[in-house]
Design a protein around this ligand. Structure first.
Ligand SMILES: N[C@@H](CCC[C@H](N)C(=O)O)C(=O)O
Length: 290
């Protein structure tokens, strides 16, 4: 089977062409985890040269495919597979919780692995994915997200008012702010101000959270490089960690986001954060690169 179609168009004399135009067809899969949607490309079959630019172009809702960013699946000499994640603005992040679950589903259901424990090489280290399979399909995935770091209380001003939150790194940086009523938060305006606050020179992901009853936490996220998304896996982990650290919750929380819920357990013994949730394939497609 041929996966790559290359069309070379020439202008002028064939012996001294003045311009070559190469068109490549790239097969991709659109997937989401709790509504956090990315375009997935298997780069072992479709190598990609400028993922930063393609992430911007393909993520655009009207002129592209429409997504929160681009995820590249590749091979690794340290783990079973490799993941690279690009936000909708083309910036590369070190880790993505929702994408790691979707990759687990992709690998198993497209026959790239028959393992149900898969290791994934990311810029934030090797993550272990445990696939929960039902009737040959990956229903949910548990990811060992590692040990949270850089936890600190911070007060930051935005839109003329102070916000006190907890910073948590889950490989990528988060600022988690607990509020009494999440509906009162104007995330569209406050989010970008906090993301780009001078206190965070590398920019930051921002989560607003409200504690509900029975270990449930309602959270909304403004993602660095992508804006408001329906969910953030690393953000859900950061929220659960911040809630436990500040005595607002125990070691296990259900984080309810706009697009779905993730269960987060912060293991008391080894300090690792375990994230469990679904992964959904939306459609397969083909797109041309010129
Ligand atoms: N949506 C992701 C995180 C993606 C990267 C983030 N925007 C960053 O720049 O750090 C998740 O599910 O974790």
């Amino acid at each position: 089977m041929s996966y790559l179609c290359i069309v070379i168009k020439t202008k002028g004399n064939i012996n001294s062409p003045t311009e070559y135009k190469m068109t490549k067809m790239i097969k991709f899969t659109k997937m989401h985890g709790a509504g956090n949607d990315y375009i997935y490309v298997d780069t072992t079959k479709y190598p990609i040269e400028s993922p930063e630019k393609l992430s911007v172009a393909w993520s655009a809702p009207h002129t592209g495919i429409g997504s929160d960013g681009l995820v590249l699946i590749g091979s690794s000499d340290k783990a079973d597979f490799n993941m690279r994640i690009f936000n909708a603005d083309g910036s590369e992040a070190k880790m993505c919780g929702n994408a790691s679950r979707c990759i687990g589903k992709y690998l198993y259901e497209y026959g790239l692995t028959s393992k149900t424990a898969v290791t994934l090489d990311t810029l934030s280290g090797i993550k272990v994915l445990k696939l929960h399979v039902e009737d040959g399909r990956v229903d949910t995935v548990t990811v060992d997200m590692g040990i949270p770091a850089d936890m600190q209380e911070q007060t930051v001003e935005a839109c003329g008012r102070p916000f006190t939150g907890t910073t948590v790194s889950m490989g990528n940086p988060h600022l988690v702010i607990f509020v009494d009523d999440i509906k009162e938060i104007d995330l569209e305006n406050i989010g970008p101000k906090l993301e780009n606050h001078p206190l965070f020179p590398g920019r930051i992901n921002v989560e607003f959270a409200q504690v509900l009853e029975n270990g449930k936490i309602r959270m909304r996220v403004w993602e660095r490089g992508s804006g408001i998304t329906q969910a953030c896996g690393t953000g859900a982990c950061a929220t659960a960690v911040a809630a436990a650290l500040t005595g607002r919750a125990g070691r296990t929380s259900d984080i309810i986001m706009d697009g779905g819920t993730l269960t987060i357990e912060w293991d008391e013994k080894n300090g690792h954060v375990m994230m469990t949730g679904g992964a959904v394939r939306v459609f397969d497609g083909e797109i041309e690169i010129r």
